[in-house]
Ligand binder design. Structure first.
Ligand code: SF4
Ligand code: SF4
Length: 111
């Protein structure tokens, strides 16, 4: 198999974040983890440029490796985690338009 073919799959995956940034305005999209599908592998965590992906409290599911969740007020909607999860692991992160997110979860995302 040619080397170029071997690395084709990873082309859309960005590099892990070099430094942690912070949100400057309300994003258009929100990352939502499907906790039932997330393996808890944490592969997505170092890619988030604002470091807002964390492990769900162990007590919530009572399983050894809990899924992750996004601190939504810090998410900048960059979609990197969704791309990383889809490409490298399990496709457990979906991006929702922020208005839909607010309606679905009956909450308001901070500016
Ligand atoms: S990469 Fe996907 S499966 Fe792994 S912890 Fe992140 S959301 Fe869960
Ligand atoms: S979309 Fe994902 S990677 Fe981007 S800021 Fe939100 S949680 Fe972090």
């Amino acid at each position: 198999m040619a080397d170029s073919y071997k690395y084709e799959h990873y082309k859309a995956v960005p590099a892990p974040a070099e430094k942690v940034n912070i949100k400057k305005k309300k994003p258009k999209l929100m990352a939502v983890v499907d906790e039932d599908n997330c393996t808890g592998c944490q592969v997505c965590v170092p890619f988030c440029p604002v470091d807002c992906i964390e492990t769900v409290a162990v007590e919530k599911y009572g399983i050894p490796i809990p899924p992750v969740q996004v601190r939504f007020d810090e998410c900048i909607g960059c979609q990197i985690c969704a791309r990383v999860c889809t490409k490298l692991t399990w496709d457990a992160i979906h991006m929702l338009p922020t208005a839909e997110f607010e309606e679905t979860y009956n909450t308001t995302v901070a500016d």
